[in-house]
Design a protein around this ligand. Structure first.
Ligand code: C2E
Ligand code: MG
Ligand code: MG
Ligand code: MG
Length: 282
C-alpha cells in the first residue's frame, strides 16, 4: 500500500498514485470500448468569414460521452488515444462520420460547407491519403469538402515523409491548415516548403487581444505573415466583440470562437446551415 522501502531503495508509492494509475487504466479500457459502444460523437463549430459575416466552414470536434461520468474533453482523451494507438481507429471513425454528415446535409439540400478535421501525428502515415479519398468516395463527396488541421508537432516527427503525405493530400484537392500556429518550436523557414492553405492563429494569442500589447502584436504579425505567403488566416478562440473587431482590422479572413458559437451537436449546426448565420448575429 502506502510507502514501501526495500533494501536501501525507496519506492515512493502512495495511495493516491495507486488510485491515479488505476483511474488511468480504467480510462484506457473504457476508451477502447467507446468506439464499439457508439459513445463517440461529433460537434461542429462554425467558422465565420469576415468579408460577409457568413458561416463558410466548420471544425469537427470529437466528443466522448463516458457512461456514468458524462462528457469527457478531447484534451483528456486524445493524448491517451495517441499513446495507445487508438487514435488511428478513432480518426477513421471521425473521417467517416464527418463525410456521412456532410452527405446528409447535401441530401437535405443544405449548402455544403467545408468541414475541418484534426489529425494527430500518429495518423500521418502513407496510407492516409487513400483512406481519406476512400471515405469521400463512399459518400460521393468532392475532396474540397474537407480541410485537414495539423499542428507543428506533426511536422517534428518525420518531416520529409510528412511533407510528401501532405503534398499527396493537397494534390488530391484537400485543403490543409496549420493549427495552433505560433505555439510550436519549429523554424519559420519550414513554411516555405509546406503545402498548406491556411494558418490558424492559436487561441493563446487571441486571448490577450486587445489589451495585451504582445499578444496583439503577435496576432497582427501572424496575419501579415500569412498574407505575404498568400495563405488564408483564421483565428481560433475568439470570445469577444473587441477581439473580432481587432482581427478584422488586422486583415484576418475567418474566425471561430465562443463569441460566434460554441461547438454544436449536428442537429443544432443544421439550423445554422439553414440561415447561413452564426447564432450570435441571427
Ligand atoms: P483544436 O483543434 O485547437 O480545437 C479548438 C478547441 O478550442 C476546441 O476544444 C474548441 O471547443 C475550443 N474552443 C473553440 N472556441 C473557443 C473559445 O472561444 N474559447 C475557448 N476557451 N475555447 C474554444 P476541444 O473541442 O476541447 O478540443 C481540444 C483539442 O482536442 C483540439 O484542439 C484538438 O487538438 C483535439 N481534438 C478534438 N477533436 C479531435 C479529433 O477528432 N482528432 C484529433 N486528432 N484531435 C482532436
Ligand atoms: Mg483544430
Ligand atoms: Mg486549434
Ligand atoms: Mg488551440
Amino acid at each position: 500500500r502506502a510507502k514501501r522501502a526495500r533494501s536501501g531503495s525507496c519506492v515512493f508509492y502512495t495511495h493516491d498514485m495507486e488510485d491515479d494509475a488505476f483511474a488511468q487504466l480504467r480510462l484506457e479500457s473504457d476508451l477502447r470500448r467507446a468506439l464499439e459502444r457508439d459513445e463517440l460523437s461529433l460537434h461542429f463549430q462554425p467558422q465565420i468569414s469576415l468579408a460577409n459575416g457568413r458561416v463558410t466552414a466548420a471544425e469537427a470536434l470529437l466528443r466522448w460521452q463516458r457512461p456514468g461520468i458524462g462528457m469527457v474533453s478531447p484534451a483528456q482523451f486524445i493524448p491517451i488515444a495517441e499513446e495507445t494507438g487508438l487514435i488511428v481507429r478513432m480518426g477513421e471513425w471521425m473521417i467517416d462520420a464527418v463525410c456521412r454528415q456532410i452527405a446528409a446535409w447535401r441530401d437535405a439540400s443544405l449548402p455544403v460547407v467545408r468541414v475541418a478535421v484534426n489529425l494527430s501525428a500518429r495518423e500521418f502515415v502513407p496510407e492516409l491519403p487513400a483512406k481519406i479519398l476512400d471515405a469521400l468516395a463512399r459518400y460521393a463527396l468532392p475532396p474540397s469538402a474537407l480541410e485537414l488541421e495539423i499542428t507543428e508537432s506533426v511536422l517534428m516527427s518525420n518531416s520529409e515523409r510528412t511533407v510528401s503525405i501532405m503534398q499527396a493530400l493537397r494534390d488530391a484537392g484537400l485543403r490543409l491548415a496549420l493549427d495552433d500556429f505560433g505555439t510550436g518550436y519549429s523554424s519559420l523557414s519550414y513554411l516555405k516548403r509546406l503545402p498548406i492553405d491556411t494558418l490558424k492563429i492559436d487561441r493563446s494569442f487571441v486571448r490577450g487581444i486587445p489589451d495585451d500589447h504582445d499578444d496583439s502584436a503577435l496576432a497582427r504579425a501572424i496575419v501579415g505573415l500569412a498574407k505575404n505567403l498568400r495563405l488564408s488566416v483564421i483565428a481560433e478562440g475568439v470570445e469577444t466583440a473587441e477581439q473580432a473587431a481587432f482581427l478584422r482590422d488586422a486583415g484576418c479572413d475567418d474566425m471561430q470562437g465562443y463569441y460566434f458559437s460554441r461547438p454544436l451537436p449536428a442537429a443544432a449546426f443544421t439550423l445554422i446551415l439553414r440561415t447561413g448565420q452564426p447564432p450570435a448575429s441571427a
